[in-house]
Design a binder for this molecule. Structure first.
Ligand SMILES: *Cc1c(COP(=O)(O)O)cnc(C)c1O
Length: 410
């Protein structure tokens, strides 16, 4: 009998007791709305922002209802208008083009490299072809491009950078926290990310005008003075009558759950790295598998793992995925013809203008993806890697393959 993995790829760790206690206290007093405070009380949401600003080293921080809401808020705060082109990596998740489309702007996709980061030459070409002023850079699955090179290229092209750090909270490039290289950094605290409040988002910036716009946009009414990681009242006075309320606030319940998790990010990163490196070691040398290069300068978190099956036809990948699934190893594939579960790719987002991205198509056709929840032990990843290695070998040798629809750029 071949071994079978019986763990769950979607089981996160529980909320820390301190978060549970703080959340219960909020429910007991009933003041869940961030602006519902009694005299002298500082809202959990305001404290979360102050603490996350300190953690990232940013001057300003704003809590929001989701990562997608944080990106949309950042785009609006940067002055993106309906019809404007906004650049983004073609390899990203649906909330990224969705945030762009939510304000009637146009997603313009940039090719991805085999390192799963944005292709600089194509970025330059797309910026020049469209006249875009903003890049929503997604550090998809935690892969960070050379941020110094990116920032200098974007400066030269007149592009403002908004970082999507949904997979890089707690990561750094050359010691600088992810989210601190561009004008704005956006984070998600959705259950599968690095801090868990079910849903939630955070935004950081050093720019006081952007910060004030973001606070007003999030729906601060005229209570912006209750924010602690925000600019002074004079900045708000200039703007308060011109910025619409697009309600997307963080509430005290979720903030209470999140605050104790900030201090756990370092430890979580270290534990994720052990799991990630266990997968790398387990798959090193497996014929047919190409691992993703991780640069020295990148202090990554490793909450998920990707590898390539370069040049594999769709039917062979499907055979491999079925073999792994039958042994309890749940993998996702970015080359599937149709979107499935959380996984979709740029050609599935039909509200965006169709683009032909042959390099991205080639990479995604062989791109396999899996979660590494912290409930896994090092022995679990060793077993998963063994099963993957065996199933890759079986699929590579298979002669009979059932026909499947090849991925199409519809
Ligand atoms: C999860 C995620 C987001 C934000 O998602 P929300 O569910 O809106 O918090 C943004 N970008 C990527 C790449 C993501 O995976």
């Amino acid at each position: 009998m071949s071994e079978r993995f019986t763990g769950s790829f979607t089981q996160q760790e529980p909320i820390p007791e301190a978060g549970i206690e703080a959340a219960v206290a909020v429910m007991r007093h009933g003041r869940l709305h961030r602006y519902n405070t009694v005299d002298g009380e500082i809202a959990e949401a305001a404290l979360l922002e102050e603490e996350f600003a300190a953690y990232t080293g940013a001057r300003f921080c704003l809590g929001l209802a989701s990562g997608g809401a944080a990106m949309a808020c950042a785009l609006r705060a940067c002055g993106v208008k309906p019809g404007d082109p906004v650049l983004s990596n073609a390899f990203t998740l649906a909330p990224v083009p969705g945030a762009i489309a939510s304000m009637g702007a146009r997603p313009v996709f940039v090719e991805v490299t085999e390192d799963l980061t944005i292709d600089f030459a194509h970025l330059e070409a797309q910026a020049k072809a469209t006249g875009a002023k903003v890049l929503l850079l997604s550090h998809m699955r935690g892969h960070v491009c050379d941020m110094e090179a990116l920032v200098s290229l974007c400066d030269r092209l007149g592009l403002k950078v908004i970082e999507d750090c949904a997979h890089t909270m707690g990561a750094a490039w050359k010691g600088v926290a992810s989210g601190r290289h561009g004008a704005v950094g956006c984070y998600s605290t959705q259950t599968y990310k690095h801090m868990n409040s079910g849903e939630g988002g955070l935004l950081v910036t050093d720019d006081e005008e952007l910060a004030a716009r973001a606070v007003l946009l999030s729906g601060s009414y005229m209570l912006f003075a209750r924010h602690r990681a925000a600019p002074g009242a004079e900045v708000f006075e200039r703007l308060k009558l011109d910025i619409p309320n697009v309600s997307s606030r963080m509430d005290n319940l979720r903030a209470a759950i999140l605050r104790p998790q900030i201090g756990m990010l370092e430890d979580r990163r270290a534990r994720w790295r052990v799991l990630y490196q266990g997968m790398e070691a387990g798959l090193a040398g497996v014929a047919g598998v190409q691992l993703i290069a991780r640069p020295q300068a990148e202090d990554y978190v490793g909450s998920s793992f990707q590898f390539l099956l370069p040049g594999w036809e769709a039917a062979r990948v499907v055979r491999f995925l079925a073999g792994a699934a039958a042994r309890g190893v749940e993998l996702k594939w970015f080359g599937a013809a149709d979107p499935q579960g959380f996984t979709s790719r740029y050609s599935h987002w039909r509200y965006a203008a169709p683009e032909v991205l042959p390099q991205t198509d080639r990479v995604l056709a062989g791109l396999i993806d899996m979660r590494l929840p912290l409930t896994f032990a090092p022995g679990d990843v060793a077993q998963i890697a063994r099963i993957i290695g065996e199933e890759v070998a079986v699929a590579a040798a298979a002669r009979e393959l059932s026909p499947v629809a090849a991925p199409t750029a519809d």
